[in-house]
Design a protein around this ligand. Structure first.
Ligand code: FAD
Ligand code: EPU
Length: 338
């Protein structure tokens, strides 16, 4: 069940060449509980790995890496209007979204083509194109590592926010998500085309009446046009979060920097497009050693081939420094740096 000194290069989408002291794959709940029990005796450090698409390894992992491979999609409940669909943590996220689209279950179509696993999706409340999972999330089950028992978390329990949940805060490293249930529409779908590029893309597709299929396809096309495919260029999507500032600060910035891009939020805050800030500092398309800033999307840092995690971190620190100097804003990494 356990492999020693396991190479993780193909298990993280940055493609960083590091090793785990111990590696185990869990294909079912029993195996997962066995691994957790064994590990308790050994008192090892433990890292749960899904698709490795939101992780940057900066060194070898001196502990146990558990790859969560729990599979299965099933209906747990339904009524006239909604289906409560459960997906196990190891299901690839995009496949699950396309399963929903093909079964005419509405709610996740704007989240097509996000890499990674279902189990990791609640960690940072994944979001794109005007939707976050919190909008359709019903509940999840997770294994508490200290007691090896299963617990259920409701939407409120998860304390979702922008790229945020309780699992990145108070409960960090304490639970392993085993399944997630979504409440999806069976008809009267609530199509979300508020994100301008979707509407433009639907026009390109010559299908301006939105449906689940064409929205998913529009999102796939938009993503392919600007985000690097990790199979070709190592990356973990947006490296930083979009920073949120009080409206008063944003208004000051607008007077100094006329093209600044921001989105009004609740409670007098504005979310600023970090990609714009980074581009203004001259990093778009820049390279430093084997690390780079993507030429089509400055928020995405890339491994140009053979980069170490330290090289990527160095580039990210240079970006943080430059953005801080020019705009007085401190960017926060979105990627989990290990
Ligand atoms: P991993 O990278 O394996 O893990 C991420 C974190 O979650 C780690 O801390 C890990 O320990 C923990 N974890 C993983 N599985 C479990 C589990 N079962 N239980 C407990 N903890 C767990 N994200 C977005 O929100 N929106 C986007 O639009 C988006 N676009 C992307 C585009 C590209 C090209 C790439 C490469 C990434 C993008 N991401 C995006 C980031 C990433 O895909 C998501 O964060 C995804 O949910 C990560 O899933 P994963 O299985 O790869 O997680
Ligand atoms: N922009 C620039 N230069 C750039 C990149 C962006 O000026 O190089 C400006 C443009 O004005 C653009 C705006 O920023 O219109 C927003 O860019 P984009 O639509 O690409 O979205 P984003 O804010 O950069 C966020 C998420 C993505 C998500 C998209 C789509 C974060 C940190 N990132 O990116 O999520 O896919 O919106 O909704 O919130 C991820 O989390 O890994 C991720 C890819």
């Amino acid at each position: 069940m356990y492999t020693q000194n396991f190479n993780l290069k193909n298990y993280n989408t940055f493609g960083i060449n590091v090793f785990a002291a111990q590696f185990a794959q869990a294909n079912n709940l029993n195996t997962l509980q066995q691994i957790v029990a064994d590990n308790k005796n050994q008192n090892n450090k433990l890292l749960i790995l899904g698709g490795g698409s939101n992780i940057l390894f900066t060194q070898n992992y001196n502990g146990l890496v558990i790859k969560n491979n729990l599979l299965g999609i099933n209906i747990v409940q339904q009524d006239a209007d909604f289906v409560y669909l459960q997906a196990h943590a190891g299901e690839p996220w995009h496949n699950f979204v396309m399963y929903c689209v093909s079964h005419a279950y509405g709610g996740l179509e704007n989240l097509a083509l996000i890499p990674g696993s279902v189990g990791a999706a609640p960690m940072q409340n994944i979001g794109a194109y005007g939707t976050e999972i919190k909008d359709t999330f019903y509940q999840l089950t997770a294994l508490e590592i200290s007691t090896n028992t299963l617990h259920t978390f409701s939407n409120t329990d998860c304390q979702f926010g922008y790229r945020q949940s309780i699992f990145k805060q108070q409960l960090k490293n304490k639970f392993i998500v085993t399944s997630v249930t979504f409440k999806l529409t069976k008809h009267n779908h609530n199509y979300n085309t508020s994100y301008g590029a979707i509407y433009t893309e639907l026009q390109q597709l010559k299908s301006t009446t939105p449906n689940l299929q064409n929205i998913a396809q529009a999102v796939i096309n938009i993503r392919n046009s600007k985000l690097p495919n990790p199979a070709q260029i190592g990356n973990a999507g947006s490296f930083f979060k979009n920073p949120t500032v009080p409206n008063s600060i944003y208004q000051q910035l607008q007077t100094q920097f006329s093209g600044i891009v921001g989105y009004a939020q609740n409670n007098n805050q504005t979310k600023i497009a970090a990609g714009w800030l980074i581009e203004q500092c001259g990093f778009k398309g820049a390279q430093k050693g084997n690390a780079g800033c993507h030429a089509k999307q400055a928020l995405v840092l890339v491994n140009l081939g053979g980069a170490t995690g330290a090289e990527i971190v160095q580039l990210s620190n240079n970006i943080i420094h430059a953005v801080q100097q020019k705009f007085g804003i401190t960017l926060e990494p979105e990627v989990n740096i290990i």
